[in-house]
Write a protein that binds this ligand. Structure first.
Ligand SMILES: O=C(O)[C@@H](CO)OP(=O)(O)O
Length: 249
């Protein structure tokens, strides 16, 4: 048996402002820092140990991992940053308010943009100042690898090769992994691990800063899965994420 822990970043400044974020590199809020440290406390209290950590190249996930590890007194653990763990690219919606968009286009359209498997939001243009193609952290990628928008299917197409080529072999070799990532890069991985259909993934929302623990068999098939902490609080936090895409009453 293997243990894998996934952790969505704590609340970010744009989570608080209810703005589509995607590849925009925004910071944690004080609440987000507290959530990350609480995640570390929960993991430590249950005696979790890790050999290797993975995160994205976006600071809300990086800081979440650092705060979590600091709370566990494990800042010395090796950390690998991979752009493939970045949040799904939100295209031309990046920076816009989710409730405003629901007011303008309707809750159903915003749900399609946020949660459908294969409908991407409208793309950025390459000339848009929000476009990340000239960002030095992506200088090793081809132009096409830096997306102008993504649906979840596109995110799956970059997360799964990382899973098969790096994460899964590390786990098989006996390493205990902690992966700090984002709502939709985690949904991509959860969809694969749990065999969730394209239709059912629409209803899956990942709360901020709560460790999700998988027990995997020798073939890396999940035999158990649980969020740490109070189950009602976890459900309420996931429901709050789902509600972010609704127009204000
Ligand atoms: O804006 C985003 O990048 C993501 C995560 O915060 O939002 P959503 O939950 O709408 O996919």
């Amino acid at each position: 048996m293997h243990t894998l822990v996934l952790l969505r970043h704590g609340e970010s400044t744009w989570n608080l402002e209810n703005r589509f974020t995607g590849w925009t590199d925004v910071d944690l809020t004080p609440t987000g820092v507290t959530q990350a440290r609480d995640a570390g406390r929960l993991l430590k209290a249950e005696g979790f140990e890790f050999d290797l950590c993975y995160t994205s190249v976006l600071k809300r996930a990086i800081w979440t991992l650092w705060h979590c590890l600091d709370t566990m007194d494990r800042t010395w653990l090796p950390v690998v940053n991979r752009w493939q763990l970045n949040e799904r690219h939100y295209g031309a919606l990046q920076g816009l308010n989710k409730a405003d968009m629901a007011q303008q286009y309707g809750d159903a359209q915003v749900l399609v943009w946020r949660r459908s498997y294969d409908t991407p939001p409208p793309p950025l243009t390459a000339e848009d100042p929000r476009c990340e193609r000239s960002d030095p952290r992506y200088s090793g990628l081809s132009t096409e690898q830096v997306p102008l928008t993504e649906c979840l299917k596109d995110t799956v197409a970059r997360v799964l090769p990382l899973w098969h080529e790096e994460l899964a072999p590390q786990i098989r070799s006996g390493k205990r992994l902690l992966v700090a990532a984002h709502g939709n890069s985690m949904r991509a991985l959860v969809k694969y691990l749990d065999g969730i259909s394209d239709a059912d993934i629409v209803g899956v929302n990942i709360p901020n800063g709560i460790p999700l623990v998988y027990t995997l068999d020798v073939d890396l098939k999940p035999v158990a899965k649980r969020y740490l902490g109070d189950a009602e609080a976890v459900a309420a936090a996931a429901a709050a994420v789902a509600a972010q895409g609704q127009a204000r009453p």
